[in-house]
Design a protein around this ligand. Structure first.
Ligand code: NI
Length: 167
């Protein structure tokens, strides 16, 4: 296993739309292991392959407090969404920035697990937010792009300043 470097907003590679996984090969299995290790190490509760510059539809999530419920979603699709909730979100690609985003309260997702079996997941609350946030990444969208343009400008300035300090 290996820790993978995480792309930082506004890196243009975060805008790429990920392609479906055609076959759950050894390289996909290795990617999932590395993504899980990277997510736990960060630490974070979700990571999309896009964030580690692999443009395939693969997501890892673990919203459990005990960090022992790894969820791997390959080619996830939302087949139903309902309600709404506003939750403060953060993102490993946008370090130190947190803001409120409105999303569906409940989602039903279909996806393939690591064995290639079709699964259906009915999620609400934080897990539903996380699934929507990560699927956004696969579509080339970072959560700050759901905020006002003024906020986006401020966030970009703040990140640019951080980058100068750490450079
Ligand atoms: Ni994110």
């Amino acid at each position: 296993m290996a820790l993978l470097p995480i792309l930082r907003f506004p890196d243009p590679r975060l805008k790429r739309v990920a392609a479906p996984v055609n076959e759950i090969s050894d390289s996909v299995r290795r990617l999932v292991c590395d993504m899980a290790e990277t997510m736990y190490e960060a630490p974070g509760i979700g990571l999309a392959a896009t964030q580690v510059n692999v443009h395939k539809r693969v997501i890892v999530i673990d919203t459990s407090e005990t960090k022992d419920r790894l969820l791997v979603l390959i080619n996830p699709v939302l087949v139903d969404v309902s309600g709404s909730q506003v939750c403060e979100e953060g993102c490993l690609s946008v370090p130190g920035i947190y803001d409120k985003v409105e999303r569906a309260e409940r989602v039903v997702a279909r996806y393939l697990d690591l064995d290639g079996n079709g699964q259906t997941l009915d999620a609400e609350g934080l897990l539903a937010v996380c699934i929507q946030h990560e699927i956004d990444h696969l579509e080339g969208k970072v959560f700050v792009e759901r905020l006002s343009l003024l906020k986006q400008t401020r966030i970009k300035a703040k990140l640019a300043k951080q980058a100068r300090i750490t450079a």
